[in-house]
Design a protein around this ligand. Sequence first.
Ligand SMILES: [Zn+2]
Length: 285
Amino acid sequence: MTITLPQVMGDLLPTGAPPQWRVAVDRAAQLLAPRWPTGPVERAPLGVFASLALILYALHRTQSQEPAAVPMSALRDVLDGDLDANDEPVTIKTLIVEGLSAAGHRVHDAEPVMCRAAARVLHQDAPLVVTTPFGAVDVPIGMGGAVPGPSELRSAAAWLKRMLGALDEDTIAALAPAPQPAGPVNVMVIGQVLIISDDSEALVQCAECQQDERGQLAVDGDQVTYTCAQGHISAQRQLGSGHVRQAIARTQADDGVSGPLYVADARLPADADPATLHPVRAACL
Ligand SMILES: [Zn+2]
């Protein structure tokens, strides 16, 4: 299942997201819509959409340009900016950090959503990267990862430069409006919720009473919560919002998931299919 623009937009727009961030997300979607990969083979690099939204937001904060009206020349200047010795786009990194700072935020702040998005794409404590059938995947420190690997921003910036570098103002003026972002999702899961990677599985449980069945799974922007049958609500930081959206979409259930729900591990691309990940589990899916 492909990752659609409305899904990546929805992942960046929790309820209460700041209005100027919404405008930046909308504008990023508008610019990328004609180029967004729709097939199963070609895929956009991880974090590419968030990176563009962060650049537009940062240009707004640092250069007082409305996110919806950033001229192509300003965007191109940023995309053509400097790389460091590891090919990390330092000009863009600095811009994003300064943009958040101009709005009174820091990368890694828990709120608002832009800070969490920036922490993900900048990966300032970037862990080791291994190559899997789904592409490069980070290994967290403590699970074998120790050497900083490339940030998501590195490949995202190179892709954006290729995709947007040749755009002119006339083409931009003729772009269709952005699609509607995916809204919050809230479903009852009768069975357990399992997080599947290619070599492990983990269970989602209530943090208070450890119940793991007949819970309510909710996604709002990039935040995932699990409400157990007793009504305890726990944040589920190990679950990727896009991964949960994909898992629910895969069941094609509108009003609830009757059995267990298999969600791909957050370190994998959001559209990784658990059925192809876990050989033992695959037989039961
Ligand atoms: Zn509970």
